[in-house]
Design a protein. Structure first.
Length: 75
């Protein structure tokens, strides 16, 4: 799993497999319900994308960032 995605998943509240013998690698333990965590995870990804836009796009960066957040319903 991409390290950045892994950190966002942990920040959103997903439980990742630890040091168990049956550990399938860097994977989310999907045995739990994750409705709220999935919503938070997507929000974190969109926010990180908006920050990337802010850092890497020219003159319209603030407008693009605001439109991206609005598109996904994030305030």
């Amino acid at each position: 799993m991409n390290e950045r995605i892994k950190k966002l998943a942990e920040k959103a509240g997903f439980i990742l497999w630890g040091e168990e013998i049956w550990n399938p690698g860097d994977a989310i333990d999907w045995s739990s319900g994750y409705d709220a965590e999935l919503t938070k995870f997507v929000e974190l990804i969109v926010r990180e994308g908006a920050l990337w836009v802010n850092d890497n796009v020219g003159l319209l960066e603030e407008e693009v960032k605001a439109d991206l957040l609005k598109h996904f319903g994030i305030k």
